[in-house]
Design a protein around this ligand. Structure first.
Ligand code: N2P
Length: 359
C-alpha cells in the first residue's frame, strides 16, 4: 500500500516534469495487458509500442539504422549477428539494479550469443513445437496420432490427412529448416549444403498440404478451429488454448515438444546503437526485470522467463508445466540456434522461397 502511494507521488512529479516517450518494438502477443500502463504510471514515460512477428523483419530495420526504436527484442542468434554489425549499444549495468533478479544459469546460456551479456538481457524464452486441435487430429489420425513427434506433419502421409483441417507453419526459416534436419536424424546445427538440400526435399514434399506459412495468425485460427495443427511457439499455442476456452467454442488445444527434439530460443531486450532515448530504454529494461512485472507477463503470455526472483509469483500451472519450464529430461532434447553467416543466410533465404512456393 505504502509502495503504491509512493509510486503515485513519483509519477506526478516526473509526469509533470517531462513528456518523454519511449519507442518499443516487440513481438506481437508478447506482453501483459497492463505492463505498459504500469510502466507509465511508475515512471511518467509514455510508450510508443509497435509489434512484429519475424526476426527477419526486425533485422532489416535494425541493420538499416535509424529505426527510431529504443528497445527491440531479437532472438539471440539474430542478436549475435546484429551485434557483429555494430547495431547495439553496451548496456550501462549501473542503471540496471534488477539484474540481480536474473537466473545466472540462463544468462550464462545467453552469453553464448552476447559475450558477458554486454548488450542484452533475456526477456522471455521458449521452444518451437506443435500446437494441435485434439479432436480434429484424433478424427483424422486416430488414437495413435503421433502428436508427440515431428512425424505429425513431416511424414507426408500424416500431413495429407490433416490438410483439410489446416496445417500452418511458422514463417521462420532458421527454425523450420533445422527442425526438418532434426526429424531426418541430421544435426540441426548443420551448415552443410547436402543437409540443407535434404531438409528442402522433405519440406517441399509436405508443402502442398500446408495451408499457410505465417508467424502470428495461427493463434486465432487454432483457437477458432480454422486450422488444426500449427508449428508454432510455445506460449502462442497456450494463448490460443486460452482464447478457445474463453470463447467456450469446444476447441481443445494442446502443445507438445516433439520427442526428436527442438529449438530452445531466447528473446533478448537490446538497445539499438542509434536509439533516441537510451536512458529511458535502461529504465524500461530495469522495470521489466522487476520480479512482479515479469511474473505478470509470464502469467499472461505463457512464455518462460529467466527471472529467478519472479518464480514464486508465477502461476504454478505454468511453472510445473514441462513444456514451458522443461524438466532436465526434456532439456536434453533441446538444441540451441546456429548463428549463420551471411553466405549461409542467403542459402536459407533461397531455400525457403523455393519451399514456400513449392518449386
Ligand atoms: C510471440 C512470439 C514469440 C517469439 N508471439 C518467438 N521468438
Amino acid at each position: 500500500m505504502k509502495h503504491t502511494l509512493l509510486l503515485a507521488t513519483i509519477t506526478t512529479v516526473i509526469g509533470s516534469a517531462q513528456a518523454a516517450t519511449l519507442n518499443v518494438y516487440n513481438w506481437s502477443d508478447y506482453i501483459a495487458e497492463d505492463t505498459l500502463e504500469k510502466f507509465t504510471a511508475a515512471t511518467g514515460i509514455e510508450v510508443n509500442y509497435d509489434v512484429y512477428d519475424s526476426n527477419e523483419v526486425l533485422e532489416a530495420k535494425v541493420l538499416a539504422g535509424n529505426s527510431g526504436y529504443d528497445i527491440v527484442v531479437p532472438t539471440s542468434d539474430f542478436l549475435r549477428r546484429q551485434i557483429g554489425a555494430g547495431a547495439y549499444q553496451k548496456l550501462d549495468k549501473s542503471k540496471l539494479p534488477n539484474l540481480k533478479n536474473m537466473d545466472e544459469a540462463l544468462m550464462a546460456q545467453a552469453e553464448r550469443y552476447d559475450e558477458n551479456n554486454d548488450h542484452s538481457v533475456i526477456y522471455l524464452w521458449g521452444t518451437t513445437g506443435i500446437g494441435y486441435n485434439v479432436n480434429m487430429v484424433q478424427e483424422r489420425l486416430g488414437d495413435n496420432a503421433p502428436t508427440d513427434s515431428w512425424a505429425l506433419i513431416f511424414d507426408p502421409a500424416n500431413a495429407a490427412k490433416l490438410a483439410d483441417c489446416g496445417i500452418s507453419v511458422l514463417d521462420a526459416p532458421t527454425e523450420i529448416i533445422p527442425a526438418a534436419m532434426k526429424y531426418l536424424g541430421l544435426d540441426p546445427n548443420s551448415t552443410d549444403s547436402d543437409d540443407f538440400a535434404k531438409a528442402e526435399a522433405l519440406l517441399t514434399t509436405i508443402q502442398p498440404h500446408i495451408r499457410y506459412f505465417h508467424s502470428s495468425q495461427y493463434i486465432n485460427d487454432l483457437a477458432n478451429g480454422d486450422v488444426c495443427v500449427s508449428v508454432g511457439w510455445s506460449g502462442d499455442i497456450y494463448i490460443a488454448r486460452d482464447r478457445a476456452a474463453e470463447a467456450e467454442n469446444g476447441v481443445e488445444i494442446s502443445y507438445t515438444i516433439p520427442k526428436e527434439g527442438t529449438l530452445q530460443w531466447f528473446d533478448m531486450l537490446a538497445i539499438p546503437v542509434d536509439a533516441p532515448n537510451p536512458d529511458l530504454a535502461h529504465q524500461f529494461i530495469d522495470f521489466i526485470m522487476d520480479a512482479q512485472v515479469t511474473a505478470d507477463i509470464t502469467n499472461y503470455v505463457w512464455y518462460a522467463n529467466a527471472n529467478a526472483a519472479s518464480m514464486p509469483l508465477v502461476d504454478e500451472e505454468i511453472t510445473s508445466d514441462p513444456t514451458i519450464f522443461p524438466t532436465a529430461e526434456v532439456r536434453d532434447n533441446l538444441y540451441a540456434a546456429t548463428v549463420y553467416n551471411s553466405r549461409q543466410d542467403r542459402v536459407i533465404t533461397r531455400t525457403w522461397t523455393k519451399i514456400k512456393t513449392g518449386q
